[in-house]
Design a protein around this ligand. Structure first.
Ligand SMILES: Cc1cc2nc3c(=O)[nH]c(=O)nc-3n(C[C@H](O)[C@H](O)[C@H](O)COP(=O)(O)O)c2cc1C
Ligand code: SF4
Ligand code: SF4
Length: 263
């Protein structure tokens, strides 16, 4: 049975997860969500995996628009992996409901804790913690692939009740502000006008007049621009000059550029 693995990523954790799943599953194709187009996305595969980062305790907007465009097929198996930094909250419940509203079933949903790419709050922490998380994730991916291979149906994974109530509320409050959260980005004197930030952006939200980035306020807050800038010239708020940049150690800029929309 062929599996289509649709992934969305900012800093490579979800791309790496999709890659590891493909390796375990064998007959699988990796498809970047940012490169899908149209309002009817078709798949000839017998199974679909949706792999994405948790953003503000919920689904990134681009994942929502992808799911809304996914063509219905009742015979197909669907599973999802919500890649997070320790707080999946009710993200997979949100996905299941969204899919149900479209006549699609989410047969299994797994949370996967990985290093945090949320640099405004400090990012992934010490290297030993990152390595430990990635190794634990590697083992869990083996278990997810084993379940997906036999089309196992199971309840979606979720956080503790307090998290689901409180953080889902915060997600609802914050969601409409995400496109303009790019107002907190600025560029410093280290910028050399290389254009990587513009190229890596999944939403075409960066322009480069006079070889300096300008954010256009339809941001997805994936943080690819700040994390992949080779000069570390992009800052968000006051603290990021102090923090190390993060991307998954086995994912390169070239890999992420290949997942960005074709322009
Ligand atoms: C805007 C934003 C919000 C985030 N919110 C959460 C969150 O609510 N819970 C959590 O566990 N991780 C959160 N994270 C961390 C990411 O989900 C996590 O680092 C993920 O592995 C990144 O995947 P990627 O490298 O594929 O982009 C957030 C990251 C960003 C950029
Ligand atoms: S990636 Fe960094 S150095 Fe390159 S144009 Fe953007 S901000 Fe400037
Ligand atoms: S501007 Fe930066 S954070 Fe916003 S969508 Fe583009 S790459 Fe992601």
């Amino acid at each position: 049975m062929k599996t289509d693995l649709f992934y969305y990523t900012g800093t490579g954790n979800s791309l790496w997860t999709a890659r590891m799943l493909a390796k375990e599953l064998g007959d699988a194709e990796l498809i970047p969500i940012s490169r899908t187009t149209g309002d009817r996305i078709l798949s000839g595969a017998g199974a679909i995996g949706i792999i994405f980062p948790v953003h503000i305790w919920g689904l990134p907007r681009r994942v929502i628009t992808f799911v809304d465009a996914l063509a219905k097929d009742e015979s197909r198996y669907h599973f999802a992996v919500a890649v997070n930094a320790g707080q999946v909250a009710a993200t997979l419940i949100q996905l299941k409901k969204r899919m149900q509203g479209r006549g699609l079933s989410l047969h299994a949903g797994f949370e996967l804790a990985m290093p945090s790419n949320y640099i405004p709050w400090g990012g992934p922490g010490p290297e030993e913690t990152q390595i430990r998380r990635i190794e634990a994730a590697r083992k869990k991916i083996g278990r997810i692939a084993a379940a997906a291979a036999v089309k196992e149906k199971r309840p979606v994974e979720k956080g503790p009740l307090w998290q689901n109530i409180l953080f889902t509320g915060l997600n609802r409050l914050a969601f409409s502000y995400v496109p303009t959260m790019d107002r907190s980005f600025r560029v410093d004197e280290k910028c050399n006008g290389c254009g990587t930030c513009k190229a890596v952006c999944p939403s075409g939200n960066i322009d480069l007049p006079a070889e300096r980035p300008v954010w256009l306020h339809h941001c997805e807050q994936c943080l690819a621009c700040i994390q992949w800038c080779p000069q570390e010239a992009i800052q968000f708020g006051k603290k990021t000059p102090r923090y190390k940049r993060y991307h998954h150690p086995e994912v390169t800029l070239k890999d992420v550029l290949a997942a960005a929309p074709e322009r």
